[in-house]
Design a protein around this ligand. Structure first.
Ligand SMILES: [Mn+2]
Length: 188
């Protein structure tokens, strides 16, 4: 349930190590700073031990490739996806903001993210980059995820609640059910 992903292209270099059943120990170095904050939040609340190093030519490339590598690390760590709960969901508040997440870890990549942000930037990230990060991450981990912010005022709170909801739903979905094949097909 550990994995490592190293990806080097002409645009970026990303290195990820992941232990899905960890203690939320995180060591993340990446810019934008808000992405670092959100990746740390995701790993901590999912109970992942995560190290991540990423650098590159343009911010958009870094955001995208961190999402790809993180999703791939999770997918590799889960192997055949047997003996896990498979489904997870969470409703997480952050002050006035409230976010919902529903996760199915079967290999049926499908994603809907509605953050309902009111401005074009959250801290040092474009709102579109945040949505792109989440969509790319979910596609890369080969999961079905519905993630939405039901209400809120502060965009930072809305995004953070969404990442926490995704994290808690993932923590449930990866939780161990030894012997369970979580599909009547016999494979996941
Ligand atoms: Mn915060």
């Amino acid at each position: 349930m550990n994995s490592e992903v190293f990806r080097k292209t002409r645009e970026t270099e990303v290195h990820v190590t992941l232990n899905v059943y960890g203690a939320g120990e995180v060591d993340v170095e990446v810019e934008p700073a808000f992405l670092k904050h959100m990746v740390e939040t995701l790993a901590r609340h999912a109970g992942f031990d995560l190290t991540l190093r990423a650098r590159g030519d343009l911010r958009h490339h870094v955001v995208e490739d961190v999402a790809i590598c993180l999703g791939e690390a999770l997918s590799r760590a889960l192997g055949e996806r047997l003996g896990i709960a498979r489904f997870g969901h969470a409703i997480v508040p952050m002050d006035e903001a409230l976010a919902y997440a529903s996760v199915d870890l079967a290999r049926r990549p499908w994603v809907r993210v509605e953050l309902n942000l009111s401005s074009g930037m959250v801290e040092d990230m474009a709102s579109s980059e945040i949505t792109h990060f989440l969509e790319t991450l979910i596609k890369s981990m080969e999961a079905t995820v519905h993630l939405w912010v039901e209400r809120g005022v502060d965009d930072h709170h809305k995004v953070e609640a969404a990442f926490k909801a995704l994290a808690v739903a993932l923590r449930q979905a990866v939780s161990k059910r030894p012997g369970l094949v979580p599909s009547v097909k016999g494979v996941v």
